[in-house]
Design a protein around this ligand. Structure first.
Ligand code: NAD
Length: 264
């Protein structure tokens, strides 16, 4: 079998426990720009403005951070899951999903209907905020209206610490328990399916390699080439929504209606 699409369909059909590993590319068809693709976030913003050291450096840099984060948050609130998120939900309903390991902070897998406990958010979620001192965590929806248009955010009501979206910024440690669980799911899978990631951000990009070492085939659906392509059983440089709709159609799964935007 030589056609990559046929290969992906066969791998998905045979698999009993799939880890779906997603990056910003799965959400571009929902209107959220990725980082490194054409028109991505890094063409608009300086990545250093998202470094934790800069956030901690001064009130002025925090204001800039909150302004940018608020722009991205508002964009995410308007987004709705697309066909690729719905396909992941379909895999869950077929009993084939071990877990979703996502680098995304947009909550769109959960918005599509995937059970929250099946989504491992390596880089946190922008739908929550947390205190950098005491760790208290809150819904962003209730906090965001208290952030001024200039980017002034209130301090923690419990301890006076700095509040920040509950995402992992550059320079921040990933949560050890989250990494451990992602590792366990990777070790247990019999297909590791990457959808929409450049696979250049570490430690996230270690998981596909770990899956191969554990004996699972690696499938990559991504518009651009990735450094892991040479290790993959199959690579499709195409749109996540189209490819995943095609896989689901071949497996005889009816399209699941697209959910409402997050804010409704
Ligand atoms: P990335 O920007 O580095 O790579 C995205 C990849 O997806 C690119 O290679 C691009 O070619 C591909 N792509 C874009 N649209 C696609 C589509 N419709 N179908 C198939 N492929 C498509 O993103 P990454 O690999 O996730 O990098 C990791 C970082 O990006 C993480 O830290 C993550 O937190 C962050 N991020 C998340 C969001 C989000 O939550 N939606 C948005 C921007 C960045």
């Amino acid at each position: 079998m030589s056609d990559p699409m046929d290969k992906l369909i066969a791998l998905t059909r045979q698999a009993g426990r799939i880890v779906v590993f997603t990056g910003a590319g799965i959400s571009t068809e929902s209107g959220i720009p990725d980082f490194r693709g054409p028109g991505g976030v890094w063409e608009k913003y300086d990545p250093n403005d998202f470094h934790i050291d800069r956030f901690l450096a001064s009130a002025e840099s925090r204001r800039r951070y909150w302004q940018r984060s608020t722009d991205m948050y508002n964009q995410i609130l308007l987004a709705r899951p697309n066909a690729a998120h719905q396909a992941v939900l379909a895999l869950e309903r077929m009993g084939k999903l071990g877990a979703v390991i996502t680098q995304n902070i947009d909550g769109l897998h959960q918005a599509a209907g995937t059970a929250s406990d099946q989504v491992i958010e390596l880089h946190g979620s922008t739908l929550y905020i947390s205190c950098l001192s005491c760790g208290s965590r809150h819904d962003r929806a209730t906090f965001q209206p208290k952030v001024s248009p200039a980017g002034d955010a209130p301090d923690c009501a419990q301890c006076g610490g700095l509040m920040k979206p509950a995402t992992i910024s550059f320079g921040q440690m990933l949560i050890p328990e989250t990494l451990a669980r992602a590792g366990e799911e990777t070790d247990a899978c019999d297909l590791f399916l990457v959808i929409g990631s450049s696979l250049v951000v570490y430690p996230a990009a270690e998981f596909p390699i770990r899956a191969i070492r554990g004996g699972a085939p690696l499938a990559i659906v991504n518009r651009q080439e990735t450094p892991h392509d040479p290790y993959a059983t199959v690579v499709l440089n195409d749109s996540a929504g189209e490819v995943m709709s095609g896989v689901m159609a071949a497996l005889g799964v009816e399209a699941i209606p697209v959910a409402a935007p997050l804010h409704s």
